[in-house]
Design a protein around this ligand. Structure first.
Ligand code: UDX
Ligand code: UDX
Length: 440
């Protein structure tokens, strides 16, 4: 099938490349000219495991291309995926201006080149948006013979595992009331849906809610376990044991029950706030969503207080702190809503200097932290720890899990604040370290 993807970001670029890999002919559009220039050379604007190779393969097979031009992007498409960002605005609602801009450009093209199109909205949009976009097209195209059928097709891609999530999805949700769109979806997704049917057709309204409800539920699981972790610390329980004791119940499951610094990223915080506003816009109030957000917001402060308490009778302003991990999670260079970055911005005022290391997110973090003067970005975890007093583990990159105790012994105060509970508390305590996890 000939496919156009509008918005070549984390969602659009992965979806487009995977659709090309599945044998479709895909053209990805982006308004960012630099991004398109780099993509034409298969140089990708962010880190996603396996994506660069997949892009190179599909460019060489001539079934993946990139453009800034809507005319070129739409000229021979049967299906369009809308994947522009819907970041939160200052009220906490989704900013739909990019989406509106894209809709306008598509309509303008169709006014001059009459065609029928199926448009899947993959961007995360508040309830009711897809129907509004459908009406907008009917309005813009009422003088034209073109027709756009809008459907909702939310994404469930986790950064760092996005290709695998696309190629072996737990579910494929298509919100539509059109039999034609169902037929198109069956063809499009057949290569990733042949083992067992994961393709679910629901109403457009349900599809929009499924996305927000899924992300909000996962975020709430995390806030729940982070609250339980605080209780564990008070009563001497271990949150890892509690998780294991809970997780074998299939109704609970053991994923997304890892206590730590809390959730960040471009989705959970944004989607929780957007959904909370959808409740308010429908004269409802969600206590749970607000509580999940509040617990998460307090988690960083809770963690920093551990550091302040440990140094309570010493002068923290003379201390040099090492921080490992800057990205919001491992296997990505994305620092959007990274808890590590938030924590560093607060900590910098309390300490003498901060020495940081991240395997791949340093360049993005440098920009974000340019106003902080007492910080040094190091090339390796070993260099970062040299000459420091205490270590904070903020992102659970694989390379931090089995760090040699010789390296940790460089810490002058032999104290470790493990924000992601990845180190062996018993072993380190036996070696004379003061170890602080979350709920341990
Ligand atoms: C995606 C989904 O779109 C968003 O709804 C979800 O909540 C998070 O994941 P993402 O792919 O991360 O967003 O957005 P981003 O990485 O910002 O990429 C969006 C791309 O769209 C950018 O490259 C931007 O230049 C492009 N864009 C924006 C267009 O091509 N046209 C526009 O009119 C606006
Ligand atoms: C999330 C959803 O998982 C995905 O389905 C959706 O499409 C987009 O949003 P992503 O934001 O990429 O994916 O990362 P995810 O792996 O969900 O982690 C989100 C945050 O939760 C990270 O900051 C991570 O550190 C944190 N987290 C995750 C925990 O604190 N504990 C956990 O047990 C799991």
């Amino acid at each position: 099938m000939k496919i156009t993807v509008i918005g070549s970001g984390y969602v659009g670029l992965v979806s487009g490349t995977c659709l090309a890999e599945l044998g479709n002919n895909v053209i990805c559009l982006d308004i960012d000219k630099n991004r398109i220039r780099s993509l034409k050379k298969a140089s990708i604007p962010f880190y996603e495991p396996g994506l660069e190779d997949l892009i190179q393969n599909n460019i060489s097979k001539d079934n993946l291309s990139f453009t800034n031009s809507y005319k070129e992007a739409l000229s021979n498409s049967d299906v369009v995926f809308l994947c522009v960002g819907t970041p939160e605005d200052k009220s906490g609602r989704a900013n739909l201006s990019y989406l509106e801009n894209a809709v306008g450009c598509i309509a303008e093209y169709l006014q001059n080149n009459p065609r029928n199109l199926v448009l899947f909205i993959k961007s995360t949009v508040p309830s009711g948006t897809c129907n509004l976009v459908q009406k907008r097209f009917e309005q813009l195209l009422k003088e034209s013979s073109s027709q756009v059928t809008v459907a909702s097709n939310p994404e469930f891609l986790k950064e760092g595992a996005a290709i695998q999530d696309f190629m072996s999805p737990d579910r494929i949700i298509v919100g539509t009331d059109s039999k034609f769109v169902e037929d198109v979806s069956e063809i499009l997704y057949r290569p990733v849906n042949w083992k067992s049917n994961r393709l679910k057709f629901v109403s457009i309204e349900s599809a929009e809610i499924i996305k927000y409800a899924s992300n909000s539920f996962l975020a709430t699981k995390i806030s729940f376990i982070n609250e339980i972790a605080k209780l564990c610390e008070k009563v001497g329980a271990d949150i890892n044991e509690v998780r294991e004791g809970m997780g074998t119940d299939p109704r609970i499951g053991n994923s997304f029950l890892y206590a730590g610094l809390g959730f960040g990223g471009s989705c959970f915080p944004k989607d929780l706030k957007a959904l909370e506003n959808t409740f308010l816009d429908n004269e409802l109030e969600s206590l749970l969503l607000r509580a999940s957000l509040d617990v998460n917001n307090l988690q960083t402060e809770y963690f920093i207080n551990k550091i302040l308490a440990f140094y309570n009778d010493q002068d923290l302003s003379s201390k040099v702190i090492c921080v490992w991990g800057l990205s919001f999670k491992p296997e990505t260079d994305d620092i959007r809503e990274s808890i590590s970055i938030k924590m560093i911005k607060t900590l910098a005022y309390h300490v003498k200097h901060i020495s940081v290391y991240d395997p791949i997110a340093t360049d993005n973090a440098r920009k974000e932290l340019e106003t902080i003067s007492n910080i040094t970005f190091q090339e390796t975890s070993n260099k970062a720890i040299d000459g420091t007093d205490a270590l904070i583990i903020a992102t659970e990159w694989r390379e931090f899990w089995n760090i040699d105790v010789e390296i940790l012994s460089k810490l002058k105060d032999k104290v470790i604040f493990d924000g992601r509970n990845i180190l062996d508390k018993e072993f380190l305590t036996s070696k004379g370290f003061s170890y602080f996890g979350v709920g341990r």
